[in-house]
Write a protein that binds this ligand. Structure first.
Ligand code: PAF
Length: 282
């Protein structure tokens, strides 16, 4: 495995490999890697000759500067995990390397990016599209891997690829959970033991709501989740929305669409956690 910090260096290595007919998979990350990331890397390693993992805490997607400062940076540990999982290259550029001048590009994929995270984190998805498009331009991968935990992000990246005609296949990978159900997240490292206990309720409520949904309406299920989270000490619900998995617009009835997902964001102390659950799948 090679660790590369410079775009030109990475491109030279990749051009040589592509010239030999090798396929390239890209796994974009912000580091602080865990088993969820490892599952993306394993999938890319299984499906491509070469796997590039980018490790870059992208400042343009943080609308909260404190969050950016507190974001864990663990490159040495990340490299160990990546080597163990068969990555070929770690691309760990500086901010100046990625953004030699301010990136003023504006991406708009409304209405996908105006709801949920888009409403609560203005500018977040613009920053995500800036970095992901930059990585696609630099690496020009055959496939790129993203986790379904960031459900809205995945939908927006698919739309960006469609609208901007990127020649890359987007592969969505299932959420990985701890044995007790908590969705894996780099932010979990910031939870105290008692916050970790509280956070567990998020997935527990979502799982219960799937059973509840089988015999109740969309609005009753919505209320069920909102009430169950709101009564939990230490949790503050930011939003829970039951949406069409493709358009991300709210659904009124289960029969309305074949793909229905519940997306939730909850503050656990100061840590903002997201999760989602599929009620109906294509
Ligand atoms: O999901 C993430 O970790 C980030 O949003 C991504 C896709 C690596 C872009 O910085």
């Amino acid at each position: 495995m090679r660790v590369v910090n410079i775009i030109e260096g990475l491109q030279a290595e990749l051009s040589a490999l592509k010239a030999q007919g090798k396929t390239v998979g890209l796994v974009p990350t912000m580091g602080a890697l865990h088993a969820g990331h490892a599952s993306l890397v394993k999938r890319s390693v299984a499906e491509n000759d070469v796997t590039v993992v980018s490790v870059f805490v992208n400042p343009t997607q943080f609308n909260d500067k404190i969050d950016l400062i507190k974001y864990p940076r663990t490159l040495d540990a990340d490299c160990k995990l990546l080597e163990a999982n068969g990555a070929s290259f770690v691309f760990a550029p500086s901010v100046e390397e990625i953004y030699p001048q301010e990136d003023t590009r504006q991406f708009s994929f409304a209405p996908l990016d105006t709801v949920m995270e888009g409403a609560f984190r203005p500018g977040h998805f613009n920053g995500v599209c800036q970095i992901v498009s930059r990585l696609f331009d630099v690496v020009q991968p055959h496939k790129a891997y993203f986790g379904e935990k960031d459900f809205q992000q995945l939908a927006i990246i698919r739309e960006m690829v469609r609208q901007l005609h990127y020649n890359v296949e987007i592969v969505g990978c299932p959420i990985l959970r701890e044995e007790d159900g908590l969705a894996l997240s780099s932010r979990n490292a910031r939870l105290s033991a008692s916050e970790r206990e509280n956070a567990l309720k998020i997935s527990q409520v979502l799982f219960k709501s799937r059973t509840f949904a089988a015999t109740h309406s969309v609005s009753e299920t919505q209320q069920f989740v909102e009430d169950a989270i709101t009564v939990q000490p230490g949790l503050r619900l930011e939003y829970f929305e039951i949406v069409d998995g493709n358009t991300l617009q709210r659904v009124g009835y289960w029969e309305e669409t074949p793909y229905v997902v519940g997306c939730i964001t909850v503050f656990c102390g100061e840590v903002r956690l997201i999760d989602n659950i599929k009620y109906k799948e294509l």
